[in-house]
Write a protein that binds this ligand. Structure first.
Ligand SMILES: Cc1ncc(C[n+]2csc(CCOP(=O)(O)OP(=O)(O)O)c2C)c(N)n1
Ligand SMILES: [Mg+2]
Length: 431
């Protein structure tokens, strides 16, 4: 036997004892069976059993709810502790989000922007934004415009991005809805699914090492949780104790694939437990359940350096995107039923009305004001020029490489030679 292996085996007993969690004893039962803790380093809390049994599903993880679909708080202990202004702001943003979605969806249908994704049915996500600190770093997937809106991204900024004009913070390099803003700590959206998950774990680790009382917050869909990056990200966060909140929007579909065809386990929440991560499933259409869960998760992340997984159960009322027609894979009735039976916006309004914080007619006023603002910003964004052509070449290297310089001169020469073909007047002047 090789000396190293012999040394390891020789130490097996003390090693197992040393690894035994505090309070775990070698338990003797009344039968002959001894409930001994296993000594293998890979499963520290397991005990030996003599029953040949495969572990499969246990009880389904419950769904935390604060109010019912009519806006009644079900347990008075859970009554939200928020000011009237905060609650009204959350609700107002739900309405503004809806208005913006309607206008931009139509704009795409008219061919004025190339692509769009709406958040209909998932408006309660705003509850999570309200529970965060503005210094927390957000990594989104693409259906998190509500979070951005609540952080203070202006309607003009949304419009400029969707139009890829010269005021777009991304300098026209991304598809519509791929927002990002350094000022609001919102990392730019990237289309390849789940890439943001390990990035969020890594960013959270950096925040921990810097000793900052901030966390990373990572949003993704249940479809994205099928990607390898989901598993890499969660495991990294668990083993390194990263202050990150993983927020899974389980809206029942990954484009045309319903959740029932995506997995056999107990949703996405069961996977968090598998990785040793504190996990909660919430009613994702209940803005107060979302708010309370995110607040508690933030505390665990920031005060105790623990990753948390929130699985928010919701329903995607909208088509996946403007490139999708969901009537091809689900009935219109299914969608209509959801909209009427469980509508996050109506639930929040009912709660506000019950408190006397919202009056009949207030909605119409807000929606009218929001529509006017959206249409004004929309018209202004449409009039602006496209970003200067030089941005095609910049921001990858500190200085342009000789090849990039050559390509840049070449395209400038071509644009000068064929101004009509290259529509040079549509682009901002080089500055
Ligand atoms: C790596 C990768 N594979 C596939 C796609 C195509 N795609 C874009 S969105 C999407 C569905 C994602 O569903 P989910 O994560 O549940 O988010 P939802 O759209 O429901 O909000 C797919 C398959 C992609 N963008 N990236
Ligand atoms: Mg989904």
């Amino acid at each position: 036997m090789r000396p190293r292996l012999r040394a390891m085996l020789g130490k097996a007993q003390p090693l197992a004892r040393a690894m035994r969690p505090a309070g775990a004893l070698w338990v003797s039962t009344s039968s002959k069976t001894e409930r001994k803790k296993v000594m293998f380093p890979g499963a520290l809390n397991s005990v030996y059993t003599h029953d040949l049994r495969f572990a499969s599903s246990v009880e389904s993880i419950p769904t935390y709810q604060v109010m019912d679909t009519n806006g009644n708080v079900l347990d008075t202990a859970n009554e939200p502790q928020v000011s009237r202004e905060e609650a009204q702001q959350m609700y107002r943003n739900m309405l503004v989000l809806n208005s913006m979605d309607q206008v931009l969806y139509e704009a795409q249908r008219q061919g004025r922007i190339s692509f769009y994704m709406t958040s209909f049915g998932e408006e309660a996500l705003i509850g999570s934004a309200a529970a965060l600190d503005s210094s927390d770093v957000v990594f989104g997937q693409y259906r998190e415009a509500g979070v951005l809106l609540h952080r203070g991204f202006t309607i003009e900024q949304f419009m400029n991005q969707c139009y890829s004009n010269e005021r777009d913070l991304g300098k026209g390099r991304q598809m519509p809805v791929h927002y990002g803003t350094r000022e609001l700590n919102f990392q730019t959206i990237s289309s390849p699914l789940a890439t943001q998950i390990p990035q969020a774990a890594g960013a959270a680790y950096a925040l921990k090492r810097e000793g900052k009382k901030r966390c990373a917050v990572c949003y993704f869909g249940e479809g994205a949780a099928s990607e390898g990056d989901f598993h890499a990200g969660l495991n990294m966060a668990a083993t390194l104790g990263c202050p990150v909140i993983f927020y899974c929007r389980n809206n029942g579909y990954a484009i045309s694939t319903p959740a029932v065809e995506q997995y056999r386990g107990d949703g996405i929440a069961s996977r968090g437990i598998g990785y040793g991560i504190d996990t909660i499933r919430v009613d994702g259409n209940d803005v107060w359940a979302v708010y309370a869960a995110t607040r508690a998760a933030r505390q665990l992340a920031v005060e105790h350096s623990r990753p948390v997984l929130i699985e928010a159960m919701t329903y995607r009322v909208s088509h996946h995107s403007t490139s999708d027609d969901s009537s091809a894979y689900r009935s219109r009735k299914e969608v209509e039923d959801w909209t009427t039976r469980d509508n996050p916006v109506a639930r929040m309004r009912a709660w506000l009305e019950r408190r006397g914080w919202w009056a009949v007619g207030d909605d119409a006023e807000i929606v009218k004001a929001a529509k006017t603002e959206v249409l004004r910003a929309f018209a202004a964004a449409e009039r602006l020029k496209k970003p200067a052509v030089r941005y095609l070449f910049e921001d990858v290297y500190d200085r342009l490489t000789p090849e990039l310089e050559r390509e840049r001169s070449e395209i400038e020469a071509l644009a000068r030679k064929y101004p009509d073909y290259y529509q040079v007047n549509d682009f901002a002047r080089d500055n």
